[in-house]
Design a protein around this ligand. Structure first.
Ligand code: 5GP
Length: 197
């Protein structure tokens, strides 16, 4: 982990897998250890999302400037024309402080981060079945049909990449899923193990 005591933890999973809730529950359960990275994005905020908490909401120009200045550890065009990226400096700082730095990023971003941090722990979060995911996405109702369709396509592609991750956590019951994450981070699971249910 490049001269630090911290751990870098990459958490991916399709939209609708509940990973954001899971990550914030993990942070509550491990407040001394876990620090969750705040990504930059060019997508508009959803109702209730606050700048600097959920994301840093940037214009496309501001985002491009961060890329040019090398301020992003990784970035990806997750949906057509919509960019997401991880600010580098706070990640490095929290790793230096010995934190467990959690990146909630997509599969493309995960591949980029692994090039710099090959020892990162990789965890894929998903519901038990595809049908359940589709149901969750449809019932969220925050998007029009076209945006929903795009999300479903991206989700299906992401799901197909699940086996690239060291661990898979099925997010059926949130308390159990949080415990599984904690066990993984405390090192009680063997790498390449699939943590199911
Ligand atoms: P949402 O717009 O629903 O919050 O997130 C959409 C997708 O963007 C999720 O799959 C999420 O993991 C991904 N994402 C969020 N932040 C980042 C980031 O900093 N980098 C990358 N590569 N993907 C991200």
């Amino acid at each position: 982990m490049s001269a630090t005591d911290g751990k870098l933890v990459i958490i991916s999973g399709p939209s609708g897998s509940g990973k954001t809730t899971l990550v914030s529950r993990l942070a509550q359960a491990e407040p001394q250890r876990v620090w969750v990275s705040v990504s930059a994005t060019t997508r508009p905020p959803r109702p209730g999302e606050q700048n600097g908490k959920s994301y840093w909401f940037l214009s496309p120009e501001q985002f491009q400037q961060m890329i040019r200045e090398g301020q992003l550890l990784e970035w990806a065009e997750v949906y057509p024309g919509i960019f997401y990226g991880t600010p580098r400096q706070p990640v490095e700082e929290h790793l230096r402080q010995g934190k467990w730095v959690v990146l909630e990023i997509d599969v493309q971003g995960a591949q980029q981060v692994l090039k710099h941090f090959p020892d990162a722990i990789t965890i894929f979060i998903r519901p038990r079945t595809w049908e359940e995911l589709e149901h969750r996405l449809r019932s969220r109702g925050t998007e029009d049909e076209q945006a929903l369709h795009r999300r479903l396509e991206t989700a299906r592609r992401e799901w197909q990449q699940a086996t690239l991750y060291q661990f898979q956590v099925i997010n059926d019951k949130i308390d159990e899923a949080v415990e599984q994450l904690r066990r993984i981070l405390h090192g009680n699971c063997q790498a390449s193990q699939t943590s199911q249910g």
